[in-house]
Ligand binder design. Structure first.
Ligand code: BG6
Length: 511
């Protein structure tokens, strides 16, 4: 499969200078689905509540089910009341909902796209949306080709002069490198790379964005940010939830494809990339790609030394019994899909040579949370560090969620006449420091797509490099299954993962 070159749009300002979101029509394909109800509409409502939406917007829900605009609005109101991060006000909902229209059509029906064109032109005239189009593919990936080719055939993918036409694509973005390349080519045949926005909602999380600010807007960290001073890094994203009715997708995917290929590798790149030449979307993404290219490939037998996969069995979470993965609805009784994965990876470049990185993600853990923990090297074993039991190392923790913030563990003298040194924490909490609730990732990402800022979206080469790495592991896993470990739901994972870390003198952090 040929990959077309990355086109750099010089107009993109990146995260440095926020461009104003422009008037547009947002067409959501798969508008009756879970994502629209739980995330997209609540995010758009909250943007409306903050006055952050563009001055003119029309939201067209495109789906197959028969329903009227009134019915659609009523369903969205119910779900927004349930999932919105702020309470829904009746008046505001009314004015927000007046911008929502339902468009019933099959995804492969050319007539439906003709009607869509009329609806969008009408919106342009009535609401002043200026011919700008944002298409959101909130559908299963097997629908992408059909929708994309219809958009092209109907002439809707191209923008008229003075306006733009963009596409937002949800994950999963392929299931391996070959399928991701195929999908990329397909998308880029219809939309140029500069108009393609691949969502990775972790990038929209406030603290994920703060990683770069922490590193490059402070003078104290970056000089220590290398193998001379850092002993190891742990990146964790765990949750107490199970598969929650998504077995059909999850059982084919597993934790490696579902979380590591995208969210966790994104956090790894933000943590380890070199300073970009500017804050433009492509300068930042260039650096992230270099990290992915420097990842030491894991292949063949190496996979079984560096990666632990496991599945949860029945157990207790918060004192409540929960069934094992194989007993979840829709999961085959003999499934070997991993719900837990722990990896030790290396970045073979000048800055990180010799530093082990530990990545872990799992469902049905005792608690949920995502964080990056950077452990610094110990002080020399002299002076205060001469005892048999060494002093605790300094650890900088970037908490992605919950309770977003950053903490630094240091050693301090316990007050008193004897010399007792204990670890203490300097802690920054977003909530208390800024007194403002952090927005949902989708709010930020939708706004960025309306503004033409692709910084927080995955570029084609990033996605493909990440798949190339993950494919090595998945290929090795296909050759055997006896390495699959098991752990009780509500425990912190299998003994094999403890051993993986212990081989490097590391203990997994309790969240
Ligand atoms: C999604 C995965 O991308 O991220 C889910 O498909 C996972 O399996 C979710 O639960 C976790 O996201 P968050 O924002 O709750 O950490």
């Amino acid at each position: 499969m040929n990959s077309s070159p990355i086109t750099v749009n010089p107009l993109r300002e990146g995260i440095a200078n926020r461009l104003a979101p422009e008037p547009c029509t947002l067409v959501i394909f798969g508008a009756t689905g879970d994502l629209t109800h739980r995330k997209l509409i609540p995010a758009l409502y909250n943007l409306a509540a903050e006055g952050a939406l563009p001055p003119a917007i029309t939201i067209i829900g495109f789906a197959r089910r028969e329903k009227t605009t009134e019915e659609f609005r009523a369903e969205l109101e119910a779900s927004t009341r349930r999932f919105s991060r702020t309470p829904v006000s009746d008046d505001l909902w009314k004015s927000f909902a007046s911008s929502i229209v339902y468009h019933r059509s099959a995804f492969d029906d050319a007539e439906g796209y003709k009607q869509l064109a009329f609806a969008m032109e009408e919106a342009d005239q009535k609401r002043g949306t200026g011919g700008n189009r944002l298409y959101y593919l909130a559908v299963a990936p097997d629908q992408f080709p059909i929708i994309l080719s219809q958009l092209r055939e109907s002439g809707l993918s191209g923008a008229t002069s003075g306006s733009w036409s963009r596409v937002i694509v949800e994950k999963p973005f392929g299931t391996d490198l070959a399928s991701a390349k195929e999908l990329n080519s397909l998308v880029n045949e219809v939309f140029p790379e500069s108009d393609t926005y691949r969502i990775d909602h972790y990038l929209g999380k406030e603290t994920a964005q703060n990683i770069m600010v922490l590193r490059f807007a402070n003078s104290i960290f970056e000089s220590l940010w290398n193998s001379n001073h850092i002993s190891h890094v742990q990146i964790t994203a765990v949750e107490p939830l199970g598969v929650e009715g998504r077995a059909g997708y999850y059982d084919k995917s597993g934790a490696m494809r579902d979380m590591v290929q995208n969210h966790l590798l994104q956090l790894l790149t933000l943590t380890t990339m070199e300073p970009p030449t500017s804050l433009s979307a492509d300068a930042i993404r260039d650096e992230k790609v270099k990290v992915l290219r420097s990842l030491r490939p894991l292949k063949g037998e190496d996979v079984f030394r560096h990666v632990v996969r496991a599945q949860y069995k029945e157990g207790l979470i918060n004192g409540q019994p929960v069934p094992g993965y194989r007993d979840a609805e829709g999961v085959p009784k003999d499934s070997t899909t991993e719900t837990y994965v722990a990896l030790q990876v290396n970045i073979d470049n000048w800055r990180w040579a010799g530093v082990p990185f530990f990545i872990r993600t799992a469902k049905r853990m005792p608690k949920g949370g995502s964080e990056i923990a950077i452990t610094f090297k110990s002080v020399p074993r002299v002076l205060f560090n001469k005892n048999e039991e060494p002093l605790d190392e300094n650890v900088l923790v970037i908490r992605i969620q919950p309770d977003e913030g950053v903490s630094l563990r240091m050693s301090a003298k316990r007050p008193g006449s004897s010399l007792r040194i204990e670890p203490v924490k300097m802690d920054f909490h977003y909530g208390t420091s800024f007194g403002k609730a952090t927005p949902e990732a989708y709010e930020r990402l939708l706004l960025d797509a309306m503004s033409g800022d692709a910084t927080l979206f995955a570029r084609r080469d990033e996605v493909e490099e990440a798949w190339a790495f993950v494919d090595g592991i998945e290929d090795a896993w296909k050759t055997r299954s006896d390495d699959l470990a098991f752990h009780a739901a509500g425990s912190w994972g299998p003994a094999e993962a403890t051993e993986l870390a212990a081989r490097h003198g590391v203990t997994w952090r309790r969240m």
